[in-house]
Design a protein around this ligand. Structure first.
Ligand SMILES: [Zn+2]
Length: 127
């Protein structure tokens, strides 16, 4: 069920949601400093994908938007809204007994100029 929720896929919202408005800024990945690769410091031939950015070298950071009085700016998205996945983010810590599931993966979805974030359980993949 979690498979397939990757950047670029179209999804449909399955319930009405309310979000604090976010502004996204692109930053250089701090884990790999923009290289997109993880290099084993004990063995330089051991080069792997950077887990911080998925080898993109850049990460998107969402900043909460407040109004001039410092109050959160809310945005509403209705059931049936279709958007494109921009990023997924696992929230929480896991061990061998607890694994990420539909309730602790946040999905950031772009809808034209706007975007929202919600749990996978509130989304349906559009084939
Ligand atoms: Zn990286």
């Amino acid at each position: 069920m979690i498979d397939g929720f990757v950047a670029g896929k179209s999804v449909t919202l399955t319930k009405d949601i309310k979000n604090q408005k976010k502004e996204f800024i692109e930053k250089t990945c701090t884990s790999c400093k923009g290289a997109g690769k993880w290099i084993n410091s004990f063995n330089e031939e051991d080069v792997r994908e950077c887990f911080g950015c998925g080898s993109a070298g850049k990460v998107l950071i969402g900043l909460n938007v407040n109004d001039e009085r410092g109050k959160p700016v809310w945005e509403r998205f209705t059931k049936g809204t279709v958007g494109t996945i921009k990023k997924t983010l696992v929230t929480g810590k896991f061990n061998s007994y607890t694994k990420p599931d539909v309730n602790n993966i946040e999905v950031f979805v772009e809808v034209g100029e706007r975007s929202f974030h919600t749990k996978i359980s509130n989304l349906e993949l559009k084939e």
